[in-house]
Ligand binder design. Sequence first.
Ligand code: C5P
Length: 215
Amino acid sequence: MRNKKILITAGPTYEKIDPVRFIGNFSSGKMGYAIAEAAAEQGAEVILISGPTKINISHPNINKIDIVSAAEMYNETIDNFPDVDIAVMCAAVADFTPETCFESKQKRGEEDLIIRLKPTKDIAQAVGKLKKESQVLVGFALETNDEIKNAEKKLEKKNLDFIVLNSLNDKGAGFQTDTNKISIIKRNNTKINYDLKPKTEVAEDIIEQITKCLS
Ligand code: C5P
């Protein structure tokens, strides 16, 4: 990974409803941060574009850019992507955001509160359209059903080199945990299944596959 530049998106995004409330998700950022740390350790220059997390990270090779919303993550990713060799889309980006953010805190009343949501932009897909031959793009899929079929569709749609599939059905995998159980699905339909292991080791497995794409 020496002399390589890698961009990693990590963590959740928060979509504001009013000045004190947001729509978010349970992503801890642990997987993305583990990839950032492993890549930096192996000599890469890392741009970590992160939503709000509780993780501290300080490695001289990591330049962390903090964002809050999906729109901010989109802008930072698109700005930085042309300069990198590799991009790993690990963030749990909100798929919907409130059409408008209330200017003041909404008070409880007798009436239902209706919030209209509009879809966010798919960052991975946008990056997939910009991708040059020399660049490697990796995505993640967290599925609850038809896992492989859905992951393969995303691989194609987002123009990824490979997709990391983790299932909510596997114990110890997914959000908040320190461990993960992944499968990697490549463009040539090969699938590698890994055992449940610490996210630090999962990160190394992912980087090993990235280096294979680079060579
Ligand atoms: O389509 P789905 O959200 O399941 O795809 C997951 C993959 O796409 C992940 O790599 C995730 O980081 C990325 N993604 C994105 N922007 C979005 C939604 C998902 O980059 N708005």
